[in-house]
Design a protein around this ligand. Structure first.
Ligand SMILES: [Cu+2]
Length: 277
């Protein structure tokens, strides 16, 4: 969950809307569009199971994300009790197949993963300038994923050019990220949920500036702006992120609360500065 209090001012188009780089020869994943406004989601009520690309559009004023979490065998009230909170409960029956990381006003984010049947919520934990997470302003929506015929789930996996492996508590890149559009394969080899949040550092700012801003209770102008990313996947799973990067310095970050101590994973060292050329 991205819990950073992004300000409406500090966002602008760095993760340009990019078409998913998918194989043209064979079947591509189904595309589901999620629209985020202040403070609601537009999305289908029901989708079939299988490999799915979620396209998050943000025509709102504030940054938004689309965390997708649920379970195959739980009711919506049970799932809402766990997740509709400023600090969600990371219960072991929850699954996070994939979600779209935060993007600013006017931006979009593209993520892909296998969606198992079940009941899910689409949620945004980004706080408003008043400090209240959007989920507490009603920004969540139910999504039912129903079993689909085998023929309908046979889409090809996206072709990735870089792999990022999430572990407890680090990011490992198979190759440096260059400027341009990438499809990143994101594997969670850790023992718990992680995410890959990508933030662009403002010119001249470094990881140390961001850490100082965190130490100052995230008050004042943040030294980064959201550039997208992927929330999840659940341990042992894989997801894909299609993202366009401009040259500059970025942070790879994980805000997921730890299952043991509840601290965001960046406090365990799961934050890394990279340079994109
Ligand atoms: Cu993590």
């Amino acid at each position: 969950m991205t819990l950073t209090p992004w300000r409406p001012l500090c966002v602008l188009g760095i993760a340009a809307c990019a078409a998913p780089k998918l194989s043209t020869k064979t079947s591509t994943p189904r595309v589901v569009t999620i629209t985020a406004t202040d403070y609601a989601f537009g999305a289908p009520d029901t989708i079939p199971a299988g490999l799915t690309t979620f396209r998050l559009l943000n025509p709102g004023r504030e940054p938004h994300q689309a965390v997708i979490a649920g379970a195959p065998d739980k009711t919506f009230p049970e799932i809402e009790r766990a997740l509709v909170a400023a600090e969600p409960s990371m219960l072991d029956w929850l699954t996070f197949p994939v979600g779209a990381g935060a993007v600013g006003s006017g931006d979009s984010s593209i993520v892909t993963a296998e969606m198992p049947p079940g009941n899910y919520l689409v949620l945004c934990y980004i706080p408003s300038p008043d400090g209240k997470p959007h989920v507490m302003k009603g920004m969540y929506r139910r999504l039912v994923v129903v079993s689909a015929a085998p023929a309908a789930v046979g889409a090809d996996e996206p072709k990735a050019d870089v792999t990022v492996t999430l572990s407890d508590y680090a990011f490992a890149l198979s190759a440096p990220l260059s400027a341009g559009t990438h499809t990143i394969r994101v594997e969670n080899s850790g023992s718990q949920l992680h995410e890959l949040t990508i933030e662009r550092l403002e010119p001249g700012k470094t990881l140390a500036d961001w850490q100082q801003w965190v130490a100052d209770s995230m008050r004042g102008t943040p030294p980064t702006e959201p550039a997208g990313g992927v929330t999840g996947p659940t341990k042992g799973k894989v997801a894909w992120l299609t993202i366009t990067l401009q040259p500059g310095n970025y942070l790879l970050n994980c805000y997921v609360p730890d299952v043991k101590d509840g601290m965001p994973h960046f406090m365990h060292g799961m934050v890394q500065e990279i340079t994109v050329n």
